[in-house]
Design a protein around this ligand. Sequence first.
Ligand SMILES: *[C@@H]1O[C@H](CO)[C@@H](O)[C@H](O)[C@H]1NC(C)=O
Ligand SMILES: *[C@@H]1O[C@H](CO)[C@@H](O)[C@H](O)[C@H]1NC(C)=O
Ligand SMILES: *[C@@H]1O[C@H](CO)[C@@H](O)[C@H](O)[C@H]1NC(C)=O
Length: 238
Amino acid sequence: MSTLSFATVVVALVVSANGHDCTKYNLTPSDQSLIDMMTHYLHTSRKADCPVTPSQHDIGVTYVRWGKKTCPENSDIVYTGQVGGNYFSNKGGGSNYLCLPNEPENGNVSSNSDEGLYGAEYQINNSNNPSGFPTNLYNKEVPCSVCRRKEKISVLIIAGRKSCYKGWKSEYNGFLMSSNKNHITSDFICIDGEAEPLNNRSSNEQGALFYPVRAKCGSLRCPPYKDKTEVLCTVCTK
Ligand SMILES: *[C@@H]1O[C@H](CO)[C@@H](O)[C@H](O)[C@H]1NC(C)=O
Ligand SMILES: *[C@@H]1O[C@H](CO)[C@@H](O)[C@H](O)[C@H]1NC(C)=O
Ligand SMILES: *[C@@H]1O[C@H](CO)[C@@H](O)[C@H](O)[C@H]1NC(C)=O
């Protein structure tokens, strides 16, 4: 091998090695459009594998506002309706209250005789009316609304307070109510302090009956609680 041709080979090797390591080069417009196409393809084909990260605006919490046909400021109404529950003197059946929509989609007539869904009435008059609670609701039916508070991620119902803890916002407050202690057992619910009637009908048709709950000291520590007091409640969001 001549010196000249040896030198040529060395130069060629150096050039090709330099060419391989080179990172500073200009992309032509067609290179760039090829890269854009690949990027777009990978993004669309792999999107399904990505966890969904909802935007701040999409998130929200829902709660029932018992005793009102409207939602508080800053909450959107999902639907409004009538409180449903079990008949006050039944021995079995449901024990929770339901916020039944005003636009039901009814099932077919059934031959079973297990009637277990009734409307709820306020069983509240001068003898048991909580302080500041409307006085004209005796035997009236109870409305409710399902509300959605956007941009919050937690919702909490507190019995025993009318205000929320620091960092939480009260959506509404009112009085803890349930069935009468001599009637069927049912849930505690937080009835809005400015409760309203479903409509002006007042025919005492019975059904699920709401009575304000009163505190009883003993196993319930007093203080901090107080005997024979109305129990306050609130729905908080954060
Ligand atoms: C009621 O019954 C009819 C006839 O059997 C049936 O077509 C329909 O789907 C039923 N409706 C509901 C809500 O189940
Ligand atoms: C007030 O309500 C209580 C409890 O439901 C009932 O026993 C009483 O008869 C009611 N009083 C009047 C005046 O309607
Ligand atoms: C109840 O409301 C209806 C419809 O709004 C009205 O026509 C009726 O007079 C009201 N009845 C009473 C007793 O207020």
